[in-house]
Design a protein around this ligand. Structure first.
Ligand code: BGC
Length: 746
């Protein structure tokens, strides 16, 4: 689980052979082509166009070599026709690179990336991405704009759905896994080029409002936001996308320091960089470029290779080369980078897709099973007052209610252009299929969609609840409430959902909430009134069967939170890996309504907390219950003192002390007590899924290279600073007792 282990086989294979041809042959082919290309043809390769079907304009663009890549076409026959035009009718016969946003599945939709992260199962995520690549490439798509590894600490931001959440390490591990899955071993036509995005800091948009500016200082950029990108690049990501935000005034598409010094010089990236949609031209709105020409020059000179839908390269690069503002050798380099990836994907040898392949792989048993398993592992049990799992032998009537009980489109979540809702199985359908013959399944939705206000609907659901032995309420967010440009100021349940939950609870019947959403939500009231809460980030095509199996005990929840669930919307951004402040909360301070009317300000403790919601979130990062209980021994270290090149061996015993066979995600956290710059109170450094039978226990070891404790300190060089550390092994980010160790200088 080390980042370094993600310097994958793929990277090795890619560096030695490219789709059957050696690096030297590949270089020779590229140089040969480059020498034949006109400046216009070179600029054409650097242009990406969105297409919708075969149109005369687009056919002409491809024929004239004015597009190196197209996005948004998914019909294999149309894709083949575009490739034929490129290969047979364009002067140099250069294939197109066909792209699509395949963010969490193509046809078969997996849980949203935030849900995939909550599995803490990088191997399953890699496997899912591999099958997704098989589905997508069977339609002729060879490039996806995924993984998104933007560390996201603000649940108001709609795009938190697309990330692996708030943690640097978890984003790094999951991002690298997705890259390895999409690209495979790069040896055949199922290799789907990954695009790690959005470079960089996009998840830190001020106030969680999309596209907003970010203000990430250099040290936080290095320690928090860049490592997941580095891990994805080291895993072999073939492409990288710039971000929309300006960080401290510099838009991602115009940041030469990041795109050249960091990405190319430090990390050795040899793929290509694409802008985000129109982000080159948007540098004009940012007030960073005077006009389209200036934008083209800034983007190119900052290290962008391909322009997605701004048209500023095609409109201005020729003129910029003529005036000397842009050097043709830099254009040559960009084209080399693009052609290298086309060659690596084998497109020069065969850009076509066998149109019959799609039917074999799309929605086949393997991928549906992987989608089911991912949904199963991603659901997080937040609360259970003894009502779950539901014992089917003890109920006669089940009420299934709520706007998400039978919402096939909504349970797929954001960015699901290609998943068909007809193939999605909802909880209602799954429960009816499983138990419809044995018990009475009453379905009364109450609210038909998550933003609905309906007293009548609630009354009907309550009347049905009175007749039932257990209420299974499926609440949450429609797909449209998260994703790009879908941000919220208030992250409580919308519409009349809270009223409906309160009314259902008032019936006194056992109330089990399943919440399906695109982001962490504030579930304070729900946690007070519901007997159980199972949370599932939009779980995708197979969400229904997975959730039903968990509710009825055919499987046991094992997901853990990849992001903190705040106690109030006003608490965000809140995340476990914060610095301590000089006045940390002591847990005993006076809260709003305890303050005597006549109190003076100085009597309240003067520590870092909110009068109306304290300091702690509702559910911390890494948290998630099971139907069983797990006991951790204190971790034992193999030594007390380590040198910077050592590996720390941490051994612990985990025991399943409950009644169910289940899986626990054991988590390793570290705190560097004193640094040249202050260090976070905890940082995740490893995790491991462990399955145990009831009563079973096992001894496990984490191996933590001391180098993984390195960070950018006061002098902005990355190193391990000698000193004292605390270390925890626990089932979440707040449990366990620390053990100590020291790092001494060599
Ligand atoms: C998004 C990207 C996406 C691109 C192409 C943009 O609006 O920010 O994440 O890949 O569109 O669809």
């Amino acid at each position: 689980m080390r980042n370094s282990s993600y310097v994958s086989a793929c990277l090795l294979a890619m560096s030695l052979f490219a789709a059957g041809c050696s690096r030297t042959e590949e270089d020779a082919r590229i140089e040969r082509l480059l020498s034949q290309m006109t400046l216009q043809e070179k600029i054409g390769q650097m242009n990406q166009l969105s297409v919708a079907g075969l149109t005369p304009d687009m056919e002409a663009a491809v024929r004239n070599g004015a597009a190196g890549s197209i996005l948004n076409e998914v019909n294999p026959e149309i894709i083949n026709e575009y490739q034929r035009i490129a290969m047979e009718e364009s002067r140099l016969g250069i294939p197109l690179l066909v792209a699509r946003d395949i963010i969490h599945g193509f046809r078969t939709v997996f849980p949203i990336p935030l849900g995939m992260a909550s599995t803490f199962d990088p191997e399953l995520v890699r496997y899912g991405a591999r099958l997704t690549a098989q589905e997508a490439t069977a339609s002729g798509i060879r490039w996806t704009f995924s993984p998104m590894v933007d560390v996201s600490r603000d649940a108001r931001w709609g795009r938190i759905a697309e990330s692996s959440g708030e943690d640097t390490y978890l984003n790094a591990v999951m991002g690298a896994s997705m890259v390895r899955g999409y690209q495979g071993d790069c040896s055949d036509s199922t290799s789907l080029a990954a695009c790690v995005k959005h470079f960089v800091g996009y998840g830190a948009s001020e106030s969680g409002r999309d596209y907003n500016s970010t203000y990430i200082p250099p040290r936080a950029l290095r320690n928090v936001y860049l490592p997941p990108f580095e891990a994805a690049v080291k895993a072999g990501a073939m492409t990288l996308m710039t971000s929309f935000n300006d960080n401290d005034g510099v838009p991602g598409t115009g940041n030469a320091f990041l795109l050249k010094d960091v990405l190319r010089d430090e990390w050795g990236f040899d793929g290509f960089v694409v802008t985000d949609w129109a982000s080159a031209a948007e540098m004009i709105q940012h007030g960073f470029a005077r006009d389209g020409k200036d934008a083209a020059s800034i983007a190119l000179n900052s290290g962008v290779d391909m322009d997605m839908m701004s048209h500023v390269f095609t409109a201005h690069l020729e003129e910029l080369v003529a005036s000397g503002a842009v050097k043709e050798k830099d254009i040559d380099n960009a084209v080399r980078n693009i052609l290298r990836i086309k060659s690596r994907l084998g497109l020069f040898d065969n850009p076509y897709v066998d149109v019959d392949r799609a039917a074999e792989v799309q929605y086949n048993d393997s991928i549906m099973d992987a989608a089911y398993r991912t949904a199963l592992e991603s659901a997080i049990l937040l609360r259970n007052e003894g009502v779950l799992p539901v014992d089917i032998s003890r109920v006669r009537r089940i009420l299934v209610t709520g706007p998400m009980a039978d919402a096939p489109h909504d349970q797929m979540g954001t960015w699901t252009f290609d998943g068909q809702k007809e193939c999605t199985v909802t909880p209602l359908v799954a429960i009816r299929e499983m138990y419809g013959d044995d018990v009475e399944v009453i379905y009364e939705p109450g609210l038909t969609y998550s933003r609905e206000f309906s007293q009548r609907g609630i009354a009907a659901a309550v009347a049905a609840a009175r007749k039932a032995d257990v209420i299974l309420a499926f609440m949450g967010e429609e797909a449209i409430l998260s994703g790009e440009a879908h941000c919220l100021a208030d992250i409580t349940l919308k519409g009349d959902q809270r009223k409906m939950i309160a009314a259902l609870a008032a019936t006194g019947k056992p109330l089990v909430l399943t919440v399906m959403a695109g982001r962490p939500l504030v579930l304070d009231e729900e946690s007070r009134v519901a007997d159980a809460i199972l949370f599932s980030f939009h779980p995708g095509t197979m969400g229904g069967p997975a959730i039903a199996d968990l509710l009825f005990g055919k499987a046991v929840p094992s997901g853990k939170l990849p992001a903190t669930f705040p106690a109030a919307s006003g608490q965000v951004p809140c995340y476990y890996s914060h610095n301590n402040t000089g006045r940390p909360f002591r847990g005993t301070e006076t809260m709003l309504y305890d303050i005597p009317r006549e109190a003076s300000q100085t009597s309240l403790g003067n520590t870092s907390y909110m009068l109306d919601c304290g300091f702690y979130p509702l559910y911390p990062f890494g948290y998630g219950l099971s139907y069983t209980e797990f006991g951790y021994s204190a971790p034992v270290l193999d030594r007390q003192e380590y040198s910077p090149d050592d590996v720390i061996r941490v051994t612990f015993t985990l025991t399943n002390t409950g009644r169910y066979a289940a899986t626990e995600v054991a988590q390793l956290y570290v705190r560097d007590l004193v640094g040249s710059s202050a260090r976070p109170v905890k940082e995740l450094k490893g995790f491991r899924r462990i399955s145990l039978a009831p009563g079973e226990s096992g001894e496990y070891t984490f191996e933590l290279p001391v180098q993984d404790l390195a960070f950018y300190g006061l002098d902005m060089t990355r190193k391990v600073e000698p000193g004292d550390f605390h270390l925890w092994v626990a089932g979440d980010s707040v449990s366990g007792e620390p053990v100590s160790f020291s790092v001494v200088a060599d």
